[in-house]
Design a protein around this ligand. Sequence first.
Ligand code: NAD
Length: 438
Amino acid sequence: MRVAMIGTGYVGLVSGTCFSDFGHEVTCIDKDASKIERLKQGEIPIFEPGLEDLVRRNVAAGRLQFDTDLTQAVRSADVVFIAVGTPSRRGDGHADLSYVHAAAREIARTAEGFTVVVTKSTVPVGTGSDLEHIIAEAAPEADIAVVSNPEFLREGAAIEDFKRPDRVVIGTDDPRAREVMAALYRPLSLNAAPILFTERNTAELIKYAANAFLAMKITFINEMADLCEKVGGNVQEVARGIGLDGRIGSKFLHAGPGYGGSCFPKDTLALMRTAQEAGAPTRLIETVTTVNESRKAAMGRRVLEALDVPPRGATVAVLGLTFKPNTDDMRDSPAINIVQSLLDRGVKVRAFDPVGMAEARKVLPDSVEYASGPYECAEGADGLVIVTEWDAFRALDLDRLKQVLRSPIVVDLRNIYPPGDLISRGFKYVGIGRGHLT
Ligand code: NAD
């Protein structure tokens, strides 16, 4: 099949490349000319494990191409995906659909013959119907079916998630579109991935419901962590103790600095706004977003309180900046709040991240200093905070760390160290939800 992927970011590039790996002919399109130029040179504009190799192989096989202009690819496509960004709209938290609408107009003017247009971007319920109107207005003669096919991949494990998904959700009531989508995903159904066909509005809602539920799960365990700190319990054991119950499940029960990233913050807000306007407010999710915001702010205070010296003029080493490991994505990373609250109190921040520093420089204040490794980062610092649980931080040489720090203080916001390992070496250790362990 011929596929055009509009938007070549984390989702578009991974899904386009995986579709080409299934044997489809794919063109990934992006308005960002420098991104397309880099891809044509064989350079991958994002960090995603395994992606470089997969792109190279499929380009070499002639199944994967890149373009800044959609005309040629859309004209011959059986399926056109919209995988552009849907960020929060400034001021009201609604999903900003301007990129999606613009893409739909361009597709409408270009498509020839029966074409399935698929929203892979996360879009609020009803967007599919809006796109039908936009397309009918721009090109009344066009023979187009609009389908919802939300994406559930996780950055850092995106290829595996795309190729072996827990499920694929396809929202359409058009029989021709259903046939095309079934053929497109046939290689996955051979792998026994459940393909859930449903009505379009339902598919759009499934994506938001899934993200809101996961955000709620994280927030729940974070509150249990706070309680453990007050009454003396261990949140990791609480998580294990409840997670072994099949009705609850063990995933997404890691207490930490609050959720961030390119999806949960904006998607919970957008769901809240949709629900408020529909007259069915999601009070649970409203609370989740408020609790999470205050948690992110509290993490900076936690670091400041752990220091033995006044904040002004102190140096804090920050390990990990991206919102999670194995990605360079800094969007809404908890590190942004933490670093800012340290700087606001006059702390000097020195940071290290294995792959995220180029992106971090774009979003963090210029006064942040960047180090070449974890020990260089810790050198002479009055305390160290682990913000992102990269593997590279899980087995640090603790004796060396103690030697290079001015004060042996570690705030471990991801609970990656057994407290005893540090305390026995004379560190002051502050974790999350593991009683009073300093
Ligand atoms: P991204 O910002 O990495 O990529 C979007 C790309 O679209 C950009 O490169 C931009 O230049 C391009 N673009 C915008 N308008 C265009 C147009 N008219 N024509 C061609 N290109 C255009 O975004 P992302 O992280 O890939 O997310 C895309 C969508 O997928 C969002 O709705 C997001 O919520 C959803 N999603 C993301 C993830 C994730 O982990 N990142 C997971 C599931 C779903």
